[in-house]
Design a protein around this ligand. Structure first.
Ligand code: SF4
Length: 495
């Protein structure tokens, strides 16, 4: 019997350890004759790094849409018996990290609504920025068609995704295709969507294409996924990305595409730094290659006199390899990571919490004792992790610790689906590099420049969102959204 979620997965083992958290992974498959729920399960497995709070799958056999979702990792939520019960020819799946609304069962995805056309299930990666406006719109549209604006208490989610699902369900005439083409132009922010009714799989991406979304081909059908690693794991061949502002429908007539808004690409630069898997390609550029290249540039911009280059595993590993290559300093492992330890259902005691960073990393004393180290990490958010790691390495015998960061200082929060921290919690928001260096206790500190990171992504500057580094938000952020991830929950709970 796999471990079951208790619906209260809100406790981090180490509250001081706040690395950037992604906003979810989405997967969809249309493949008659295949075990679509199992394909979705494996797709979600490949996307687990994008969201570890809850997971769900919706499946249709042509007559009925069935949804199963729970709190926890994909491997905790699904077992053979559950997957066997999810029979059909099309499915969508989701793994969540919350960026709007609490981490509770009601907010797990796929969301579901009955409509006059049948069932509607939807999964979303990203974060909407005009959800206060959308809540008013749901009220208005529901009144026009005589529906309850939101499901009853106890079944009601408090997320931007729930509002979007309600808006689509309020469209009572025509196909889901037409409903989406009407509703999506009213939605602002970041959304890579997969959704479905009984017969058709849909995929759509916001006009800025902030979050990735790929289309793949199976011998017997089609797959849509956040990253191509999820296409690879089910044996699908990459076809193309869903274009920014494009709506795709897949059914027994094949793949149809329509545009609901002109494309204005602003892909997330942070996907290259940390979020995406290294074996993913975004806009044709290998994430691994761009990370290695950033490491090389970092070595040129911020050289160090040292004996060994070590990564903070795993996302900084390619940058550390690049740094070592360019500098000629040997590369080695100095820290071993306990993957996923922060996502357990076991409520940590104070004693466990006091272990802090040791829960996640263990030093390799024999590698680091007496050495001058370059420790390469992907980003600094609040600085607690780096401070603890520098201390851990010194305690394990390192003579010097020079910290090199493969992204520029994170000075601004993200409102498009990444949960960093509020601006007041970001260590780089108001501090210069030498102050941050002192705060984390390193011998020296260097960040890659924004120009170099952009160059390594292979994308033109104007096609990228860089807001967390330079504060230039490509999509307007209303005041209500700036109030944080619970602003909508407060508005909905008050009803
Ligand atoms: S603000 Fe940063 S993390 Fe958010 S979408 Fe823009 S580049 Fe990505």
């Amino acid at each position: 019997m796999p471990a079951r979620g208790d619906g209260r997965l809100s406790h981090d083992l180490d509250p001081a350890d706040h690395t950037p958290k992604d906003a979810c992974g989405v997967f969809g498959v249309w493949a008659p004759g295949e075990e679509v729920a199992k394909l979705t399960y494996f797709g979600l497995y490949a996307l687990q790094h994008r969201g570890q709070e809850s997971a769900g799958i919706a499946v249709s056999n042509g007559q009925q849409v069935l949804v199963y979702k729970e709190m926890g990792l994909v491997s905790q939520v699904f077992d053979e018996a559950v997957l066997e019960s999810l029979q059909g020819h099309l499915a969508i799946g989701h793994c969540r990290y919350s960026t709007t609304g609490s981490s509770v069962w009601e907010n797990a995805q796929p969301t579901f609504r009955p409509t006059p056309r049948g069932g509607l299930a939807l999964a979303h990666n990203g974060n909407l920025t005009n959800s206060a406006e959308l809540l008013d719109l749901v009220d208005k549209r529901a009144a026009e068609v005589g529906l309850m604006p939101l499901p009853a208490r106890g079944e009601r989610g408090t997320t931007d995704t729930d509002l979007l699902t309600s808006l689509l369900a309020c469209h009572q005439d025509g196909s889901l295709d037409d409903a989406a083409a009407d509703v999506l132009p009213e939605v602002r922010g970041a959304y890579s969507l997969v959704f479905m009714d009984e017969t058709t799989l849909y995929a759509a991406r916001d006009p800025q294409g902030i979050r990735p979304l790929m289309i793949g081909r199976l011998a017997s059908g089609w797959v849509v996924a956040s990253e191509n690693a999820a296409l690879d794991i089910v044996g699908a061949t990459f076809v193309r990305e869903v274009e920014p502002g494009e709506l795709v429908a897949i059914d027994d007539q094949g793949l149809r595409s329509r545009r609901f808004a002109p494309a204005d690409p602003k892909g997330c630069l942070f996907e290259y730094v940390y979020l995406a898997r290294p074996d993913t390609k975004i806009a044709g550029r290998s994430v691994h290659e761009s990370r290695v290249e950033v490491g090389r540039m970092l070595a040129r911009e911020h050289p160090a006199d040292a004996d060994l280059v070590i990564p903070v595993p795993e996302s900084a590993t390619p940058a550390a390899i690049g740094y070592a290559e360019e500098s000629g300093i040997p590369y080695g492992h100095g820290l071993v990571k306990n993957s996923y330890v922060g996502r357990t259902f076991i409520q940590p005691t104070q004693t466990i919490r006091r272990l802090g960073i040791r829960l996640k990393y263990n030093p390799l004393r024999e590698m680091i004792e007496g050495k001058r180290l370059v420790m390469v990490d992907d980003s600094i958010v609040r600085g607690n992790t780096q401070r603890a790691l520098v201390r851990m390495l010194r305690d394990a015998g390192a003579r010097e610790v020079h910290v090199r960061i493969s992204s520029p200082p994170v000075k601004w929060p993200c409102f498009y689906g990444i949960d960093f921290a509020s601006r007041s919690e970001l260590i780089a928001a108001e501090r210069e590099v030498d102050e941050i260096c002192g705060a984390i206790g390193a011998d020296s500190l260097g960040f890659i420049s924004l120009d170099s990171l952009i160059a390594a992504s292979g994308q033109p500057r104007e096609r990228l969102c860089r807001a967390c580094f330079d504060g230039a938000y490509p999509i307007e952020i209303p005041q209500s959204t700036r109030r944080g991830k619970f602003h909508l929950e407060v508005a909905i709970s008050g009803r």
